[in-house]
Design a protein around this ligand. Sequence first.
Ligand SMILES: Nc1nc2c(ncn2[C@@H]2O[C@H](COP(=O)(O)OP(=O)(O)OP(=O)(O)O)[C@@H](O)[C@H]2O)c(=O)[nH]1
Ligand SMILES: [Mg+2]
Length: 605
Amino acid sequence: MNTMTETNPHSHQNDPFITALLRVQQILASEKAVKLKEHKDISRLDLASLVQKRFSVAIVGQMRAGKSTLINAMIGKDIAPTAVNECTATINRFSYSNKPELHKQFRVRWFDDSEEYFPLSDVAQWLGKGIADKNPLQKVVSHFTQKGRTIDSTRYLEFFADTKFLETVNVVDTPGLRSTIEMHERGVLSFLSHEEVDVRGNRLAEATRTEGESADAVVYVVNPVARQNDTDILELFGEKSRLSGSNPYNSMAVVHMWEMAWDDMESDPAQFLEGKIRRIQEQLAGKVSTVIAASGLLNRCLEWLQDEHWAFFVQCGSIERDEVERVTSALVFETRDDEEFGISLESRKAVLESVKSRLMAVGMVEDNAKSTAWAIIRFLCRLACVREVKSTQELKRHTEELSGMKQLESLLEKQFFARASLIKNGTLLTRIWEPCQIALGQLRAYEQERENDLEEGKRILKLLEEKGMRDSGLESAVAYVKKTFDAVSSDALRVKQTRKELYSQSMELKSQYDSFEEDIQALEMLDALREPAFTKDELAQLRCLFGAQGLTLEDRLRMSPPNREAVQKLYSLWANKRINSYGDERKIAVLAEKHLADILGVLVQ
Ligand SMILES: Nc1nc2c(ncn2[C@@H]2O[C@H](COP(=O)(O)OP(=O)(O)OP(=O)(O)O)[C@@H](O)[C@H]2O)c(=O)[nH]1
Ligand SMILES: [Mg+2]
């Protein structure tokens, strides 16, 4: 399968666990004295590619929540089709490839597992109503094109690009949930029986759920007003997350498209967001691990918009707030000729037209471009005004920060992928552990046999040498036995060294694995604490210590470089907490103390 998708070359460098694992595999596969029933399986067990497999993120949410736009911002390229109306109708995967010919095509994987390539321009045939609305018949037509092979016989679509984000992550775009029901109600596809629509609706929801369950992280896209549906959809993932139990270990919510909801120019957008996030956090408590705000649209603006557009918005940095508020209300902006307002009607109309055509140039259809252009202009004018922006650069900086994409990427990396690699390492170890133990037994037995051979050889040699002194005809026999003896002896030595190495590598694996296990166990206990006796800061500190934000010492301690004195202090703090706490809190404190003791041990060296 996936011969086209390349593996991630960066993921296991400098990882002692992976280095040890690959060495163990090499020994098991190449040592002659090891005869495993699984021998073939071991060498075939492609650990290296398992290790290098990219992380995967599934993006889910209600229809038109801006999922595809967010994905384009993450990837840094406009490849996921977006539209004002319901758009994504299939599971779409985005993978890394540096083959330019693949960037102009997409691959369809059909339900029968065969695959076919199409030029990007054909993608409209796989889209939902957004495009079909223009011509309701198109859906009907596409339904029957390619001998009936279209959306309904599609397992998923695959798109390729070579941007930085895709180097480490595969992204999966899912159709907006509930969308087919609405489609059905509106009767757009009335030629299909209700039953069929329902079957398809269920199948999509099911496909989306499967993606969510097999992904390393699920990004749930919510709009600023989270609705009941949002919590419903999250239930789908709550039951079966990557780890046991019902905690939402691998999901986070992104409050998206919030800029349109920021109406009150008395407050800064950051302040507005803080309140929004807090409220949504309460609503989604226990269902996702983190809530942050992001705007794919603002992020893409940094690439889409041209200098003249930014310069236009910056003008609002020196205009009175109520003026800007009044003129950036719909209708007024491109209609009222307001002498007092610092920016003429002409140039306002011109900028709207220019942003719109820019959006069309990057692939938006006309009505989408118009409404999106307006949303962008309204927000950026207002932002420039409330933050009294003086320069284009300054405005771009604010825009980038408010787009939240950096925060999203670093959270994914630190919080989810770090944990995903813990789990992955565990899986890898279980695959190799038993064969490794069997091999150690065989090596020990082999060594023993060679030792017996050597004993026997010594005895014979002694005998021969005694006889040989009297009978020169035995000289060649003595030489032969000596040679054999040396060969057996060096074979024994080699096997002994191999066994020692295999043993120490397997111990290294085991001890690292045990500490992963402890980390995961500790994180699970932390997530399950009902009324923690620890403060918020302490909880955050513990999560880091147990690897939730990354596996390096710096990540665990939130110090760079780690400072022995500070670690010593932490150690005393948790040793003390252990004495004064009970139940799970005590177990957690024990693990924290142990971790810190280990770290102190490392820092001494
Ligand atoms: N104001 C604003 N509009 C956005 C943002 N993101 C997307 N949009 C607009 O919202 C509409 C839907 O965006 P999509 O990215 O296609 O949404 P989706 O969730 O993929 O939609 P489906 O695939 O149909 O479920 C488009 O008109 C986008 O231009 C955002 O951050 N802010
Ligand atoms: Mg979409």
